[in-house]
Design a protein around this ligand. Structure first.
Ligand code: FCB
Length: 492
């Protein structure tokens, strides 16, 4: 009889567990749907993503000038283990090998950024470095030879130190001239070979992290994301509104002006006259000036209202929409941890954020320019073998891609997906301690080795690759030049 009661208790306990909303969600989230390349539209871009400072190294070679990150990382104590990008992945010298790796993965696109100080060692106050131009021409030509579409970010956090020293870079309106000058050189030098350009990586974040919070280096990206999803902390109206505000202040802040010609109504409502007005001329240039919406998406957090409810001081900041964000509710995490304390594994967030953008911007074409996973620090020291067996990364990409495929099935116009990152690299203030790569990089020898996830990605991309693998130009060309100059004005 005693046994029966305990069995009954156990049975009841299991039912409660299964019915508990947070656990039920976790169970669904971890159900692994199969992902196939054929679930994505023809010409869909499947790529990997990197940025110049994080992989290139060769920090003073062939005429490159110093940039903000060269200087910042050389100040002891700024970066974990005092790491820096002087050598990084030595991609500057090993780019041909890296292109081979990409080809073997079966990707049809590669997103990288151009090192500003390699092209313009002293910004617009010095000469153009022709050896820098040759490096990117070589990179681009070799990618094209292998059938890999180059997808270029003009500015991904690294800025010639000259511009920092002269006027604090983005703190000065003069910086618009610098960016325009740099962008025009990029267009002139590489434009005839490049179909896809993005201007600034995560301006919403670096405005906050670098300028509002006053970090030492002017531009210190968090390793945070461009577009996070939020869910209400409590199921009440205030927290529902907090979610809308958080998304408007983070995402629509940047995209509303360049799609609709003005800051979002939510920002106007809460900030009133503090928010600048665009002139008629600016509106006409801004409105409709982009071809697609680029999304870096990693995580989801809970959002809690800070206007009508008490909040931890510091969270009620306008730049975050007066919203407190947290990963935990009633002692339960929103998703599994990763290396970044603000990134949690919540695959449903991918589908929801895509749907949000689809609704808000009338299903304008979207590209997921970054999505990736780095494992949280482990108790026990991990060796190379542990790091190569990255089943967690596979699960992450599988479930996020499945969520993306669902959004596409429901009509979202998504045209590409880039894994962050192709190889382990310099992860900003975390140095080399955090590894996002599909390829492991040995810090001593710089040898690249495929992790299990690289094999998995290759499998997805090559096993049922049929007609839909060839990337054609998926957008009509617009006047990119004016888009770039005005977008930089609006976003900063
Ligand atoms: C993004 C950055 C990228 C990398 C990933 C992990 O926010 O754009 O450089 O640091 O996070």
């Amino acid at each position: 009889m005693r046994l029966k009661i305990s069995q009954l208790f156990f049975f009841f306990f299991c039912i409660v567990l299964l019915l508990h909303p947070s656990l039920a969600q976790t169970t669904n989230e971890h159900e692994q749907e199969d992902v196939k390349r054929s679930q994505f539209p023809d010409g869909f871009l499947f790529g990997t993503s990197t940025s110049s400072y994080q992989i290139e190294g060769a920090y003073l070679e062939d005429g490159k000038g110093l940039n903000n990150w060269d200087v910042f990382t050389h100040i002891p104590g700024n970066i974990k283990n005092n790491d820096n990008g002087d050598i990084a992945d030595n991609h500057y010298h090993q780019f041909l090998e890296d292109i081979e790796l990409m080809q073997s993965l079966g990707v049809n696109a590669y997103r990288f950024s151009i090192s500003w100080s390699r092209i313009l060692p002293r910004g617009r106050f010095g000469e153009v470095n022709t050896r820098g131009i040759s490096f990117y021409n070589n990179l681009i030509d070799n990618l094209l030879l292998k059938g890999i579409e180059p997808f270029v970010t003009i500015h991904h956090h690294d800025i010639p130190q000259e511009l920092e020293d002269r006027y604090g870079s983005w703190l000065s309106p003069l910086m618009q001239e610098d960016f325009l000058y740099f962008a025009e050189i990029c267009f002139k030098s590489f434009g005839h070979k490049i179909k896809y350009w993005t201007t600034l990586n995560e301006p919403n974040l670096f405005a906050d992290m670098a300028y509002m919070r006053g970090c030492q280096s002017r531009v210190v990206p968090s390793v945070s994301l461009q577009i996070q999803l939020y869910e209400p902390y409590r199921d009440n109206e205030d927290d529902q509104k907090a979610v809308s505000r958080a998304l408007a202040f983070q995402l629509a802040w940047v995209f509303d002006p360049i799609v609709y010609g003005d800051y979002p109504p939510e920002m106007r409502h809460y900030l009133g006259s503090v928010l600048p007005r665009f002139s008629q001329e600016e509106i006409s240039i801004l409105k409709g000036s982009i071809d697609f919406i680029a999304i870096n998406h990693y995580s989801t957090l809970y959002a809690k209202d800070c206007i009508h409810s008490a909040c931890i001081p510091g969270w009620d900041r306008p730049i975050r929409g007066f919203v407190y964000t947290t990963e935990e509710r009633d002692g339960v995490l929103i998703g599994d941890r990763t290396a970044n304390p603000r990134f949690f594994v919540v695959p449903r967030g991918m589908e929801k954020i895509i749907n949000y953008v689809k609704e808000r911007y009338n299903n304008m074409p979207m590209i997921v320019t970054e999505n990736g996973f780095a494992p949280p620090p482990q108790q026990k020291q991990q060796d190379q073998q542990d790091l190569l067996q990255d089943a967690e990364r596979i699960n992450f990409h599988k479930s996020y891609l499945a969520a993306l495929a669902r959004a596409i099935r429901n009509g979202a116009d998504v045209r590409g997906y880039f894994v962050w990152s192709m190889i382990d690299n310099f992860e900003w203030i975390d140095g080399y301690s955090v590894r996002y790569g599909l390829y492991y990089v040995d810090r001593q020898t710089l040898k690249r080795m495929p992790k299990l996830s690289a094999k998995w990605y290759k499998n997805i991309l090559t096993v049922d690759a049929t007609s839909n693998s060839n990337s054609s130009n998926i957008f009509k060309r617009k006047n990119t030049m004016s888009t770039v100059s005005q977008a930089s004005k609006a976003e900063i």
